[in-house]
Design a protein around this ligand. Structure first.
Ligand SMILES: [Zn+2]
Length: 249
């Protein structure tokens, strides 16, 4: 268990998730640390990672300390490691994705508001096509809730270029804004509560897992969990003794 990384705040968790979004399934923890450090290394510049809104967030920190924060994120199940051949790549955990999807859809909405202020009239909406469906539906939901009539021209542009299913969702949002349909505050509240819950940090504890071989419970320590998480392995369902037994190999 590393103790050098103190508990991260909700803001830090969100910042690291935001940076991770740039390299999901493409880069590992070192590249993620470099975004947060604000590195000017060739790879960072080539991938235009300096354009990430949280680029350089930890610029006064040492890279090793930033890596400890990233490991903390893995230990606490906000991020996961997936191996692609020999390469360990960063991916969102389910709760990490839930938190990030919420902040990312807010970011997309803020961008639309900026476009409106700048009088930007013909954005290419194809950037919203073929994105994660769950995320896009959440975005449409938030647009609907915003009741901002100024969004309608963008929605209409978007409607033109997306697939049938999404066209329908976008149309529903346009109608809801046009008719000023009442908003259900309980839906908004439930969503906020779910995010706050996902952000609650619990330190990992030793687990008692029932072995599928001998049916006895075995201890799977915090240290072992950390090792398995960083190797991108799922937790074992057999005790050490049974894992050594050739029958189970
Ligand atoms: Zn066993």
């Amino acid at each position: 268990m590393n103790t050098a990384a103190n508990q991260l705040t909700a803001d830090e968790i969100k910042v690291i998730l935001r940076a991770a979004d740039e390299i999901i399934l493409q880069g590992g923890r070192t590249l993620l640390a470099k975004i947060l450090k604000g590195s000017k290394e060739k790879k960072v510049m080539e991938l235009k990672l300096d354009q990430c809104p949280v680029y350089g967030f930890y610029k006064t920190w040492k890279i090793d300390d930033i890596l400890l924060k990233i490991d903390w994120m893995i230990d606490h199940e906000f991020l996961e490691i997936r191996y692609d051949r020999k390469l360990p790549l960063v991916v969102f955990s389910p709760r990490g994705w839930q938190i990030h999807m919420d902040q990312y859809t807010d970011e997309l909405l803020e961008e639309w508001r900026k476009w409106i202020r700048d009088g930007y009239q013909n954005p290419d909406m194809s950037y919203l096509k073929d994105r994660n469906r769950e995320m896009i539906l959440l975005l449409i939901e938030k647009i609907k809730e915003s009741r901002e009539k100024a969004f309608i021209p963008y929605l209409e542009l978007w409607e033109k270029i997306d697939y049938k299913k999404m066209k329908q969702e976008i149309r529903i949002a346009i109608e809801a804004i046009n008719h000023n349909e009442p908003i259900d505050p309980s839906v908004v509240k439930a969503r906020e509560e779910a995010i706050n819950e996902a952000l609650e940090v619990e330190d990992p504890v030793d687990l008692k897992i029932k072995c599928m071989g001998c049916l006895k419970r075995f201890t799977f320590s915090v240290g072992e969990q950390q090792f398995f998480k960083q190797k991108g392995l799922s937790f074992p369902n057999r005790c050490k003794k049974c894992r050594k037994n050739p029958i189970w190999r």
